[in-house]
Design a binder for this molecule. Structure first.
Ligand SMILES: *Cc1c(COP(=O)(O)O)cnc(C)c1O
Length: 217
């Protein structure tokens, strides 16, 4: 696969769903990818990327932004509270607001800096014990609390369980967003982004299908 192959599948999926492709953001997930692959996708003109690790992103994107100009970088991995300051200075959006202590920390930082990256609240739709995210039953209260803190909550994010079909999880996330008046839906990865587009995703997070398999050192 490649960027152009994914873009054409994205357009086909939008057409099938009767959706305007302008309502959809493709986040190219570049975590642990070799720099030459990331540069190749930048050279093709793509300007929206996703990263999972604050430290890795901090070592990569300041230089790439200096070289290529403005690039949106979205944080899609778990965020430790002690990395929150680095994260708000680096990222345009954080998709993994998942607990009250992080909400408080981000609110304090937003007040001190006079602004915050766009935020998505991660929902653990599969209620998996090992996975981050707010439980579906706690979602409405958590969204209300984040709003009370004046956080710029744009939408919700989920990672469906690996061993289950994704569409019911996408539908569940969309239902929570709709009843809370949230427009953003960050859902869909390499293996299921077309189903996510059909279910109303506004942000799909596609890594290996664009860059090739990740090799962890
Ligand atoms: C790594 C990652 C992705 C991209 O996964 P692929 O299967 O390579 O497309 C998307 N979302 C999150 C949260 C990830 O950690």
């Amino acid at each position: 696969m490649s960027l152009s192959a994914i873009q054409s599948r994205l357009l086909t999926a939008c057409q099938a769903a009767g959706r305007d492709p302008a309502t959809l953001t493709l986040i190219a997930v570049s975590k642990v990818q070799p720099l030459d692959r990331v540069r190749a996708v930048l050279d093709e003109g793509h300007r929206v990327f996703g990263e999972n690790y604050v430290q890795e992103a901090a070592g990569k994107w300041p230089d790439l932004r200096a070289e290529f100009g403005p690039v949106q970088v979205h944080m899609i991995g778990p965020l430790q509270t002690n990395k929150a300051k680095l994260a708000v200075d680096l990222f345009d959006a954080i998709h993994t607001l998942d607990r009250p202590s992080l909400a408080t920390k981000l609110a304090n930082l937003a007040q001190a800096r006079g602004g915050s990256p766009d935020l998505f609240i991660q929902i653990n739709t599969g209620e998996e014990p090992q996975k981050a995210g707010v439980l579906p039953g706690d979602a409405d209260a958590f969204i209300a609390e984040a709003r009370r803190l004046d956080l710029p909550v744009k939408g919700l994010m989920c990672i469906p369980p690996e061993d289950e079909p994704s569409p019911p999880h996408f539908a569940a996330l969309a239902a929570i967003a709709a009843r809370n008046g949230l427009a953003g839906l960050s859902m869909g990865m390499s293996s299921d982004f077309e189903a996510a587009i059909a279910a109303g995703a506004t942000h799909i997070r596609v890594g290996s299908a664009i860059f090739g398999a990740r090799t962890y050192a």
